[in-house]
Design a protein around this ligand. Structure first.
Ligand SMILES: [Zn+2]
Length: 372
């Protein structure tokens, strides 16, 4: 039996009193985070040159601020403890050279906090959720049931820029997953202007039309916003319009990625993809935002767990594998400038460029699967 995790996200509908307490918790979490960061920063400036000493320094805990700032006692202490954990992680990443020095959180930062299940402090009861420090359970738009054998581990409560509240409930459950005998395999070639091209029929997974229309609408709304006077009433009104469209676009994209990954995970036993480093790629190619917005990273995550929970496999091949250069028929390699949309080989083989890549990716995956 293997332990699995699954998160469920629902809209929260707090009443006035509950919203006030949530706002207070978001504020306290930010306050404590900034306090601890300020302390860390001071020590860092002082002992910058002595990395060993810095590493040994004890991290400030939220508890120490409670006597000086008694309002901290009014909110969920687990939320404050998680703020400390987040900062610790950020600090560690900085020390290991994987990130910049942690930044202070301002009021515009994402409003959220995480709390943990300890001795039944979180309870689900007919469409409501009981959270620590909040007296009455908060109403939830629970569009799906959480199976009874799934144990709640933690909850993250957040508020969007348009004032909507959400809760993401992380659960753990035991599942007997038997590896599937791998018969049906598909290779996917990442597509800049869609999501991917698959190896079987060379079909491109394009974002739906309504999504592209929503993107256009968002771009237009952003242009209007940029023309308005910052801080004016009309600017504020337009800012809300932009935020709403942003949320809509993000939701549509997520739904599409869920749909596509589910389709692949049910139709195939293994999916082969290139292990692309999207951050590096968008920087190197100056594609900037478009690559990130393409959602490839999120799609990978969805695909990985949807396959895993069925005992299927996601095979990642080396990013240096010459998937575009290779002839998927005879194996010869040649240069392929971006402008060439069709792969033509001296062996007589002719195929759409991306379809050829997808077949190469699939074949490389099959080779790796045979080795494992
Ligand atoms: Zn060839």
């Amino acid at each position: 039996m293997a332990k699995q995790n699954k998160a469920f996200k629902f809209r929260l509908l707090p009443n006035k009193e509950q919203s006030a307490l949530l706002a207070k918790t978001f504020g306290c979490v930010r306050f404590v985070y900034n306090k601890m960061l300020a302390e860390r920063k001071e020590t860092y400036e002082k002992f910058k040159d002595d990395k060993e000493l810095l590493k040994k320094q004890k991290f400030p805990t939220p508890a120490k601020y409670k006597s000086e700032f008694p309002f901290l006692k009014e909110v969920d202490s687990l939320a404050l403890a998680n703020a400390q954990m987040n900062l610790q992680t950020a600090y560690k990443n900085f020390f290991e050279g994987n990130a910049d020095f942690p930044k202070f959180k301002n009021r515009k930062a994402k409003q959220s906090y995480t709390t943990n299940m300890v001795n039944g402090n979180i309870k689900l009861e007919n469409g409501h959720i009981k959270l620590p420090k909040i007296k009455k359970p908060i109403k939830m738009k629970q569009h799906r049931e959480i199976p009874a054998d799934y144990k709640i581990k933690s909850c993250t409560i957040s508020k969007t820029k348009t004032g909507k509240y959400y809760i993401s409930i992380l659960t753990e459950y035991e599942k007997d997953i038997r590896p599937v005998k791998i018969q049906k395999v598909v290779g996917l070639d990442f597509a800049m202007d869609g999501l991917y091209v698959e190896s079987e029929q060379g079909k491109k997974a394009n974002y739906p039309r309504y999504y592209r229309q929503a993107l256009d609408k968002l771009a237009k709304a952003q242009r209007i916003l940029s023309r308005r006077k910052k801080g004016s009433a009309r600017w504020n009104k337009q800012r809300l319009v932009v935020a709403k469209l942003h949320e809509k676009v993000a939701n549509q994209r997520m739904n599409f990625l869920h749909h596509k990954s589910k389709e692949l995970a049910s139709n195939f036993d293994a999916v082969v993809i290139e292990d692309l480093n999207m951050k590096g790629m968008s920087q190197a190619l100056h594609f900037g935002k478009s690559v990130h917005d393409n959602g490839w990273g999120m799609f990978n995550t969805f695909l990985a767990y949807k396959l895993k929970e069925q005992g299927k496999q996601l095979v990642k091949i080396d990013k240096w594998f010459p998937s575009t250069k290779k002839c998927s028929c005879c194996g010869k390699e040649k240069e392929m400038p971006l402008s060439e949309r069709v792969y033509k080989c001296s062996c007589g083989f002719v195929l759409d460029r991306d379809h050829n890549s997808a077949i190469n990716i699939k074949n490389e995956g099959l080779r790796l699967l045979a080795l494992s």
